[in-house]
Design a protein around this ligand. Sequence first.
Ligand code: SF4
Ligand code: SF4
Length: 393
Amino acid sequence: MKQKLKMDSKQKIKVSIVRCSSYDKASVAKAIKQSLENIGFETKKYKNKKVLIKPNILGSYHPSKAITTHPEIVFSVAKIFKEADAEVDVGESFNPFGIKLSDSFKKTGIQSAAEKAGAKVVHFLSNDAKEWHNEKNEVLKKVRLPKQLNDYDLIVNLPKMKTHSLVRYTGAVKNTFGFVPGGQKPTYHVVGKNEQKFSKMILDIYQTIPNMNLNIIDGIIGLEGEGPGTAGRPKKSNLIICSENALAADIVAAEIMCFKDDEVLTNKFGKERNLVGEIETVGEKIKDVKINFKKANSSIGGIIPIIAPFFFKIVAKRPFIHQEKCKRCQACVKICPPKAMSFDKNKKKVCINKKECIMCYCCSEICPYDAITLEQSKLAKTLIKIKNRIMGE
Ligand code: SF4
Ligand code: SF4
């Protein structure tokens, strides 16, 4: 595995803070260029190299909702690397609840932004994932991530600046959770069953990803309140924060958003793991750009770690085999990672052991005959309706 940028605790790491008050093409391009100059990042080093841009594509949301990375940021960054003659992909893993990734790429505007810049859109499907081992990890010694991540010379992380109901803040380090394939996100929520454990698990995922050496946080319009999704509210903050070190970028962003020191546990534990050194800010000063983000309601935040694992397990879509379409080719049986699928010779049909199924959706993605769809139970549909009513969605 190629190594990520290693930090010495004595090494100063630059974090750029640049004001940018609109998503107008020229303003964003100028701010991104300035950010890279501030940290001394040279794109020309990536001539003829492979670069992956990883935006935050939480789901099928219009950019005006401020849930996903704005397409203008994706366009600007992709264009800068294309101009440096790099081979540029814009990629994301499958969404957790069976939302089609192609729909999310389109609705967020990221598909057309990538294509306009000459970049290729890449869907990391669940059957492209492999287990990555990292002995330094605390919660997950093995992490399922796209195997293609090793093919890139640089991963450019483009998170959104948001508050989060479970881990208070989400930015550069948390954006790596998006790489976890499809239906396995709920499984990982079950593993990281409280704020502390979930934060450590996120750090494990971050530590496992190779070559993620550029992070640009979209804080022009962030999200406050009950983020990271539709229950949050857009917050104009007019900033772009950039660093080679994801944790350094997050520490600065959290301070700007008026979080107390070490209130964000990924920042606290990341410092304890020596993943960040001394920080030097370049550009604007933190005290001049501080903006009070409304935090997620602590009572809701307190309940979420308790109910989230159950909620996710219940509402996640499950594979359903349409026997009338099935041609018994057994491609799904071969690919199923936990061997939850089998061919019943007596009944002459493919079956799923629900208890063993980890909801990775590999079977649905691989079936050449569209015989496996992802379905939600009646209970799940009812629960989602109740949740949407409470959240006003
Ligand atoms: S891959 Fe599709 S067609 Fe082949 S056995 Fe599985 S469900 Fe049937
Ligand atoms: S049946 Fe197997 S391949 Fe299909 S979702 Fe479950 S674990 Fe994944």
